[in-house]
Ligand binder design. Structure first.
Ligand code: HEC
Length: 150
């Protein structure tokens, strides 16, 4: 039983890493070969873990907007997006990452202030900022992120 759980966990980690580390141009067979050659264990980075939380938070807001309910206030941890350690921190240095992360936080503040019909627009704009950053740094989750739009 333990063995099965370990195997499943290892596979899960590999799948998650493949999402972010593969380039669009690589074919599936290339990815499969790389996995065979490099059976290295990685831990999920702080940033990746935070991204999962941010995704769930957005899904919650989407539900609340669709039900016409008040939105959960922006949690404090969201601003950790500026400092959380990424899988490959050097890739994010000096580029557009910090400005885009700041823009994302600004969009959330606009969303929190928005009223009536404006709430859905403000929400969709916040999701668009996720997509803008992902187009530069981490293509894999884009289809999943697009599903958050209303
Ligand atoms: C400022 C840039 C930026 C913004 C904004 C951003 N992301 Fe990310 N996201 C990243 C980077 C970089 C990674 C890769 C993290 C790593 O591997 O350490 C990532 C990883 C992810 C992952 C995959 C985590 C994994 O490795 O399993 C998901 C899912 C995700 N983001 C969803 C979102 C959603 C949803 C939003 C908006 C609500 C969002 N992101 C906003 C840059 C961003």
């Amino acid at each position: 039983m333990k063995k099965i759980i370990t195997t499943v966990l290892v596979l899960l980690v590999i799948v998650l890493l493949a999402q972010c580390q593969s380039q669009n141009t690589e074919s599936d067979s290339n990815k499969a070969e790389q996995k065979k050659e490099k059976p290295v264990m990685y831990e999920e980075s702080e940033l990746a873990a935070l991204m999962h939380e941010v995704h769930d938070l957005s899904a919650e807001w989407k539900q609340q907007l669709e039900n016409g309910e008040p939105l959960t206030p922006i949690p404090d941890w969201v601003s950790d997006v500026l400092t959380a350690e990424a899988t490959n921190p050097s890739e994010l240095e000096g580029g557009a990452f910090t400005p885009l992360a700041e823009e994302y936080l600004r969009k959330l503040e606009l969303l929190a202030k928005a009223e009536g019909e404006g709430r859905v627009d403000a929400f969709n704009e916040s999701i668009q900022t996720c997509i803008s950053c992902h187009q530069l740094y981490c293509n894999g989750p884009i289809p999943k992120i697009k599903k958050l739009k209303i």
